[in-house]
Design a protein around this ligand. Structure first.
Ligand SMILES: [Zn+2]
Length: 320
């Protein structure tokens, strides 16, 4: 049935179709609605997934951006640079530290750090601390812990002095006779030779030249001291103790003993005498105190040097 064509669109078309086309049109319409609805769902789902992904990627990427920007801005201001260096001690560079300069040593402002009874399990850590500040020290070595005797090579090659203390460090044995003493001395100097390629000419008597533990053999210290000169050797005692062999229990005590000991010693120093500190590297508290001791010494204008045969011969009064 013909109808006016200008009544418009869908209704007109619908009216002129026969029933078969009308049925097909309804199916098409439903399919279209379903497709559009499905498409909109898919779009929404994709959008929400993308949003979720963006949230995730934001969470993982943002800290990286911050890290990069912080690192990049650090060197701009020198004061900031110092702050950055001060926090992680392990990555502090040598140029960021006040370090020891042996070539600038001045008479009256010298400290000789001396370490007896090693090498041992703490010696490597101590060498690391000394190296960090370019501090040179003196090791009077023993063979009490032979598994660490190879550290003598590390000591010498790091620029420290190595002297004989004792092979066995057993007082009854080494002070039994002069022969026994020099036999023990030679054993230790042979170990030093094995690791450094040279024998040493410096020595510290076990207990010091002033020891009284050797009195079971009257006069032996007097005779041994005289013989060091005959053998072309140089012996060294000390004038400040850190107290690690006298009951100190903490690194703070070690530090205080050294700082106070130096203050007490200074007024009585003889002409040419310098500070010689007795320490033992087989005491962990002593090793752990060294960084503070070194920083204090450098702040006070001291230079740390290793003992050599030309150093001021700090000798105790002999009691046996
Ligand atoms: Zn000793």
């Amino acid at each position: 049935m013909p109808l006016a064509c200008n009544e418009g669109g869908f209704v007109v078309t619908y009216e002129i179709m026969d029933k078969k086309y009308v049925g097909s049109g309804i199916v098409l319409l439903l399919l279209t609605v379903l497709l559009v609805a499905g498409g909109r769902y898919q779009y929404r789902k994709l959008s929400s997934d993308r949003a979720a992904n963006e949230t995730l990627s934001t969470a993982t990427e943002e800290p990286k951006k911050e890290e990069i920007s912080e690192t990049a801005s650090a060197p701009e201001d020198p004061s900031e640079e110092v702050l950055y260096r001060a926090v992680p001690a392990d990555v502090v560079t040598a140029e960021g530290l006040r370090v020891n300069h042996p070539e600038n040593a001045e008479a009256g402002k010298i400290i000789y750090l001396t370490f007896d009874d090693g090498p041992c399990m703490y010696t490597a850590k101590l060498l690391g601390i000394l190296d960090k500040y370019n501090v040179k020290a003196t090791f009077f070595v023993t063979d009490m812990t032979p598994e660490y005797e190879y550290m003598i090579y590390e000591e010498k090659s790091s620029g420290h002095s190595v002297g004989v203390h004792s092979y066995s460090h057993v007082y009854d044995k080494i002070y039994e006779s002069e022969d026994a003493f020099w036999a023990d001395f030679n054993l230790m100097n042979n170990v030093i030779y094995k690791y450094t390629g040279e024998k040493t000419d410096i020595i510290r008597f076990p207990g010091g030249s002033s020891n009284e533990i050797s009195k079971f053999n009257p006069g032996i210290m007097t005779r041994l001291v005289a013989e060091t000169g005959d053998r072309g050797l140089y012996y060294f005692d000390w004038n400040v103790i850190c107290g690690d062999a006298d009951g100190a229990k903490t690194s703070a005590e070690i530090y205080n003993n050294i700082v106070n000991g130096i203050a007490e010693k200074i007024p009585t120093l003889e002409d040419g005498e310098e500070i010689v500190i007795l320490c033992h590297d087989n005491h962990e508290i002593t090793v752990n105190a060294m960084e503070d001791v070194i920083n204090w010494g450098l702040d006070q204008g001291y230079t740390f040097l290793p003992l050599t045969k030309d150093s001021y011969p700090k000798h105790h009064t002999i009691h046996n």
